[in-house]
Design a protein around this ligand. Structure first.
Ligand code: GLN
Length: 454
């Protein structure tokens, strides 16, 4: 009730939620109470959460921030949703996002822009901007998001919360509406690394319904958090922090650089060792990503045709006209742009020149990370080149918006786990996030380092 009241009071100014399921939440809370009385409760019983509106939720609207799904109610729960439900959480509602998770500002939502709680004239980041803003404004203690090219880490950074993108394959994509299937991963937003670890325990792990789900033994993401350090004054003793020089180049704002450098110095005081590393292919990540992600999106989004579900144009001449009108009316400008780019790079005559080249770059980028991570435990850098910028600044400048993804997209191309943790403030008191990049399926170690620092 407390969180529902807070949402009622603050959401009109923030627009972080698309749907609030008041009755459902109260019923689930009552069920959690009853379970507690019967002594049958897990670690998340009664904990209020919410989901990015890209996870299918049985009986509750799933819009993906799009007009084309403005009337879509899923007949089933995504695996992430089902597992959090089984753990006893209470779902407050669904959070706003860029349409089909395409964007870095949350201005590309058919349900309006989300406002950053630190300064409501600024963007919260995207595409999971509603989730990040809602956790920052304490509308829920934890919320899910998805990260295809930074959509968990970048809004976490701009809103001053902790957000984690797991290794590709660690979290089931079943029921998570696909943007770019080889890059998409679901993950948590919360106040701390510890809370993220607890959430991951509830929803990560093998799922036979997702063919790209990694078949591994169940991981306990909290397993390294409780261990007392040998020297309490040096909790990060022995930790090697890789600092890639390409992440501190010209494009990085001075206030963000200062906050990140101060955080690294603080970690050194706590016993960590700084290692200079290099990711020479960094500048190729944006072009590779903005070929591969739209290519996959153009294929994935072909299912929205107005036939079986979603928006259908009111008037049309024939079947082709119905497809065209329904899609033209239902998809926003940024989504249409991605479909056009994706279709272009996959078409005969351009496939070799663009898509195949991008796949080659993807492999080279992954090799960069392999070499860098062989010299350290985690890589450190910014998640965003600047703090939160004013709403409207990039709304009509897609290339400018794509370039802001410079520190995040390469990690998805490589499939590595990464997180953003709050590490200080830039000009005007706006939050700065420190990005940590770990090795494949080494989230527990990354969470341990983040926890000891936090
Ligand atoms: N900003 C990136 C894009 O628009 C990443 C989005 C995401 O991670 N979903 O594609």
């Amino acid at each position: 009730q407390t969180f529902l009241d807070r949402i009622a009071a603050l959401n009109p100014a923030l627009n972080a939620f698309i749907t609030v399921d008041r009755d459902g939440a109260l019923a689930q809370a009552a069920a959690a109470d009853a379970a507690r009385a019967a002594g049958a409760v897990g670690p998340l019983a009664g904990i209020p959460i919410a989901h990015k509106d890209i996870f299918c939720t049985e009986g509750v609207l799933t819009t993906c921030g799009s007009k084309i799904l403005s009337n879509f109610v899923s007949p089933y729960d995504a695996t992430v949703v089902a597992r959090l439900k089984a753990a006893g959480t209470v779902m407050l509602g669904k959070t706003n996002c860029d349409e089909f998770a395409m964007g870095s500002t949350n201005e590309h939502s058919a349900y309006g822009a989300v406002k950053n709680p630190w300064d409501v004239s600024r963007v919260p980041g995207g595409s999971s901007g509603g989730s990040a803003a809602a956790v920052a404004a304490r509308l829920a203690p934890a919320i899910t998001g998805t990260d295809t090219g930074g959509s968990i880490r970048q809004p976490a950074s701009l809103c001053g919360v902790t957000g984690l993108k797991p290794t590709y394959g660690a979290v089931s994509r079943w029921g998570m509406v696909a943007y770019a299937s080889s890059l998409d991963q679901g993950g948590p937003f919360a106040k701390s690394a510890e809370d993220c670890a607890i959430l991951l325990n509830a929803f990560a792990g093998f799922d036979e319904k997702d063919s790209t789900s990694a078949e591994r033994e169940t991981e306990d993401y909290t397993r390294l958090l409780a261990k007392a350090p040998a020297d309490p004054a040096k909790p990060l003793a022995g930790v090697r922090l890789g600092v890639p020089k390409e992440y501190f180049g010209d494009g990085l704002a001075a206030d963000v650089r200062e906050a990140i450098e101060a955080a690294i110095r603080e970690m050194e005081k706590l016993g960590a060792v700084r290692v200079e590393v290099s990711l020479p292919k960094t500048e190729l990540a944006i072009p590779a990503y903005y070929v591969i992600a739209p290519a996959e999106a153009s294929s994935n989004l072909s299912r929205f045709d107005g036939v079986r579900y979603g928006h259908r144009a009111a008037e049309y001449r024939d079947l082709m006209d119905m497809y065209c009108k329904s899609r033209a009316e239902g998809f926003g400008r940024e989504v249409q742009r991605r479909i056009m780019v994706g279709t272009y790079v996959l078409s005969h005559g351009y496939y070799d020149a663009y898509y195949l080249q991008a796949l080659k770059l993807r492999r080279l980028i992954a090799e960069d990370f392999k070499a860098a991570l062989s010299q350290c435990d985690v890589l450190l850098g910014p998640a965003s080149p600047t703090t939160a910028w004013p709403i409207g600044q990039m709304a009509d400048d897609p290339v400018q918006m794509y370039l802001a993804d410079i520190y995040t997209v390469a990690i998805n191309l490589a499939g590595l786990p990464a997180m953003s943790i709050p590490c200080g403030f830039g000009a005007g008191g706006l939050p700065v996030g420190l990005q940590m990049i770990g090795n494949y399926f080494d989230e527990a170690r990354m969470l341990e380092i983040a926890h000891r620092f936090q």
